[in-house]
Design a protein around this ligand. Structure first.
Ligand SMILES: Nc1nc2c(ncn2[C@@H]2O[C@H](COP(=O)(O)OP(=O)(O)OP(=O)(O)O)[C@@H](O)[C@H]2O)c(=O)[nH]1
Ligand SMILES: [Mg+2]
Length: 421
């Protein structure tokens, strides 16, 4: 069974750089001292063994990391935005929605503590202190912060069961799973209705766990009778085994012993799992009269049996609560904010590409695009500074070689400029 969830993630925006000048006595305007904006936080997914299903992420579907703070005067840099850390179950696959309805696998978190950056925060903008030169001593420009990366993610998890329901055919295992989860295994009044294990997610208060409805097993199953015992491998990794017996059978305790013996024959530690016993179908008339007697027989055998009806729902709340309690404790599971700053990879300058795009020249190169998007290109000073850097970085030369001349338009990310000189 696959648990799946579609969410929107966005890294925090970078903080804006500051325009500020030193204030000194008798100096009307000191040198530029505007600090840089802080980088935005990343959205990070981390695998945590205390989380069992994607349901535990809650109903929220949009996850945004904190933005970086603005730079300030006195060359004070803005604080970095906090990462938004989401805990997901072990085994979660992270897919990113791509153009044209396709999707790509970003990461598969298999180990406890393994993590992936789902969306990077934007870089903080430079303050005006960075733009001071011997020629321009009082720059009045600062960059805005870069936008955080955004993505639609599909999280997928192949579920592992926490609880396995075992019992004779027709005991009502599938009916029980239908009653306590949204799973819809087939139910019918004949043995071996269920041929493959079916998983359902059960919620009990703040706890969520996965229950497997396992096909019925009969005496001699370890020798291959009925469907055999192979499917008990699905119970090998469960933490609790629920033995379900039909209260309307001749001898419910003997039925339990039969199943117990088969589970013992199977081995692989399943018999050593924590176990709970439930007697089902207590709504049936013949069982109503025998309730006390059935309970006594089980308790004389040292078994504290739950009396339930998967059909009417009687006793199920308590059974589910006790199953949840029998599971190892789950820790805090909501997305948390972590102050731990992870290093942001700055775009490298090595991958400059230029091509024609309906009359304009499109420049693709991480640093140049980020720089242009963050510069105040609506001001003369901002544009002049941009072209000065582009000359130094070889972007202007590359444009010339690509055939771009004065008056031509150049596009970088969502910015469009005209070549002015
Ligand atoms: N009266 C009554 N009937 C029930 C109850 N639970 C299950 N049944 C009936 O018992 C029959 C068998 O139920 P299933 O849930 O298919 O039993 P199962 O244990 O999954 O059986 P297999 O898949 O064959 O192993 C069906 O006719 C159910 O309607 C109950 O609590 N009360
Ligand atoms: Mg069944």
């Amino acid at each position: 069974m696959i648990d799946s969830l579609t969410i929107r993630v966005r890294g925090g925006g970078g903080g804006a750089g500051s325009v500020s000048f030193r204030r000194e006595k008798f100096v009307p305007r000191g040198g530029p001292d505007g600090g840089d904006g802080g980088d935005g936080g990343n959205v990070i997914l981390i695998a945590d063994r205390s989380i069992r299903t994607l349901k535990e992420l809650g109903r929220k579907r949009v996850f945004q990391a904190e933005s970086g703070k603005r730079g300030e005067g006195g060359k004070k840099h803005g604080r970095r935005g906090a990462d938004l850390v989401m805990k997901v179950p072990l085994g979660t696959e992270i897919w990113r929605e791509a153009a044209g309805g396709t999707r790509e696998l970003i990461a598969e978190l298999i180990e406890d503590g393994g993590s992936a950056v789902a969306a990077r925060g934007g870089i903080g903008g430079w303050g005006n202190a960075r733009f001071a030169t011997s020629v321009q001593r009082a720059p009045r420009i600062a960059q805005r912060g870069q936008q955080g990366e955004g993505a639609n993610l599909i999280l997928e998890l192949k579920l592992l069961a926490d609880v396995g329901i075992v019992g004779l055919p027709n005991a009502g295992k599938s009916t029980l799973l239908r009653a306590i989860s949204a799973a819809r295994p087939k139910v019918a009044d004949y043995p071996f209705t269920t041929l493959e294990p079916v998983l359902g997610v059960v919620e009990s208060g703040w706890q969520t766990f996965v229950v497997a409805d396992i096909p019925g097993l009969i005496e001699g199953a370890h020798r291959g009778a009925g469907l055999g015992l192979d499917f008990l491998r699905h119970a090998e990794r469960t933490k609790v085994v629920l033995y379900l017996v039909d209260g309307s059978s001749q001898d419910p305790l003997a039925d339990f012993r039969t199943v117990e013996a088969e589970v013992g024959e199977y081995g692989h530690g399943v018999a050593e799992r924590r176990r709970l016993v439930a007697v089902n179908k207590i709504d049936r008339l013949e069982v109503v009269q025998r309730r006390g007697e059935i309970r006594d027989r089980f308790s004389k055998a040292g078994l504290d049996a739950f009396l339930v009806s998967a059909a009417s729902g009687e006793g199920l709340d308590e059974l589910v609560r006790c199953l949840a309690e029998a599971l190892p404790p789950q820790e805090e599971k909501r997305p948390v904010r972590a102050e731990a700053a992870s290093v942001l990879v700055q775009a490298s300058a090595s991958d400059l590409r230029i091509w024609r795009e309906d009359g304009a020249f499109r420049v693709a190169e991480g640093r140049a695009v980020a720089f242009a998007e963050m510069m105040p290109v609506e001001t003369d000073e901002g544009r002049a500074e941009l072209w000065r850097r582009f000359k130094r970085w070889g972007v202007s030369g590359a444009l010339r070689r690509a055939g771009a001349k004065r008056g031509d338009h150049v596009r970088l990310g969502h910015v469009e400029l005209e070549i002015e000189a």
